[in-house]
Design a protein around this ligand. Structure first.
Ligand SMILES: C=CC1=C(C)c2cc3[nH]c(cc4nc(cc5[nH]c(cc1n2)c(C)c5CCC(=O)O)C(CCC(=O)O)=C4C)c(C)c3C=C
Ligand SMILES: [Fe+2]
Ligand SMILES: [Fe+2]
Length: 340
């Protein structure tokens, strides 16, 4: 019997190719999102179309060229592989949708409808472990907007950020474990940065995040939407599972674009660590579940150069979860609601 339910795996998206014109289109769509650059429309348009895109597109095109494969963008190809792996363990049809670029959100819904015109329910999984207005929130709100605009009759629901879910944490821990058997001085958890302003904006109490001392450690309802609290929690839980002592790991934030972003910055820390005696480094990027430009180029190529040029001796990047069997099993639980 055909399932009345469909699963949509949502990810960020990539440019269609490494041509500068495709980078302009992709960056334009991405950065004009009011949840990514949260400035009034006119200022945002001036900034994005007048300054950021013209300068960034050629540089980003060069960066994408270093990671592009014969199947295109690693992020999209890994999301496709995840769909295939998930379909092997669940009965429901699975499709993918990107927030920017293609296949888009509407295309994702239509692909599910094509496979089953009497579809009654779609469960969407934004592939972000942590809540941020520029990642999880924009994916969810945009999908709701399309659902309403197209008057789809199926019910739409979303899997919540899974930063503290045991199956996700366990999959992440097991992905890291083999790397701990070789000598290392420190494990660096490098998370995608966001502006501190976004943390304050997402604070539902209006008076907790980055206002109370040690805000992320002090219990608050704000934590349900606090990216900083959630990345701290993921790190704490995973290091507990793996028995990594406090002096053997640290956190930093990568990929900043502008001023006032979460600190410490990954690129700065990579240049400082060797002088602090950290010469053998393990680095991972748990804000991403699929390897992408920000892991393969920024961390594995540029980050490596920064660390080694500063006197580092060994730099090992731990890949994202990608299609690891424990991760596929965890997703299967989240989208079907079957918990054991
Ligand atoms: C204001 C700018 C940005 C915010 C805020 C931001 C948050 C954010 N992004 C991701 C995940 C990814 N970002 C990726 C690339 C990327 N991110 C930005 C800017 C912001 N991101 C830019 C301009 C780019 C494009 C590349 C570049 O020019 O450097 C990617 C990789 C996409 C790929 O094709 O591989 C991912 C994934 C999260 C999770 C997040 C908030 C937590
Ligand atoms: Fe980003
Ligand atoms: Fe917080």
């Amino acid at each position: 019997m055909t399932s009345k339910k469909g699963i949509l795996l949502m990810n960020l998206g990539s440019p269609d190719s490494t041509k500068v014109k495709d980078l302009r289109k992709y960056l334009g769509q991405f950065l004009m999102d009011e949840r990514v650059i949260d400035q009034p429309w006119l200022l945002r348009a001036l900034l994005v179309k007048g300054i950021i895109v013209p300068f960034r597109a050629p540089k980003s095109a060069e960066a994408y060229k270093t990671i592009w494969t014969d199947k295109g963008s690693p992020l999209i190809e890994i999301t496709r592989q995840l769909k295939t792996a998930l379909e092997e363990v669940i009965e429901e049809p699975v499709e993918i949708a990107m927030r920017y670029g293609s296949p888009g959100t509407e295309e994702g819904f239509n692909s599910l409808l094509k496979r089953n015109p009497s579809l009654e329910e779609v469960v969407a999984l934004p592939l972000y472990p942590h809540y941020a207005m520029s990642s999880y929130e924009t994916a969810v709100e945009y999908a709701k907007e399309i659902h309403k605009k197209k008057k789809y009759s199926f019910k739409l629901s979303f899997v919540k950020p899974f930063f503290d879910e045991p199956d996700y944490l366990n999959a992440l821990a097991e992905n890291i474990r083999p790397y701990l058997s070789e000598p290392y001085d420190q494990v660096l958890f490098s998370y995608h940065g966001i502006p501190e302003r976004h943390i304050r904006k997402s604070d539902v109490t209006g008076c907790h995040c980055l206002q109370v001392e040690n805000c992320c450690e002090v219990p608050s309802t704000a934590h349900a939407y606090c990216y900083r609290h959630q990345v701290f929690t993921t790190t704490k839980r995973v290091t507990e599972i793996l028995n990594i002592p406090k002096d053997k790991y640290s956190i930093s934030f990568q990929s900043r674009l502008g001023k006032g972003w979460l600190t410490p910055f990954t690129d700065v820390r990579l240049q400082e660590l060797p002088a602090e005696g950290i010469k053998k480094l393990l680095i991972l990027c748990p804000a991403f579940v699929s390897d992408c430009l920000e892991t393969l180029e920024e961390i594995n190529i540029r980050g490596r150069e920064e660390f080694m040029n500063a006197g580092g001796e060994l730099y090992t990047m731990i890949p994202c979860l990608n299609v690891s069997p424990l991760w596929v099993k965890a997703i299967a639980k989240y989208v079907t609601g079957n918990r054991d």
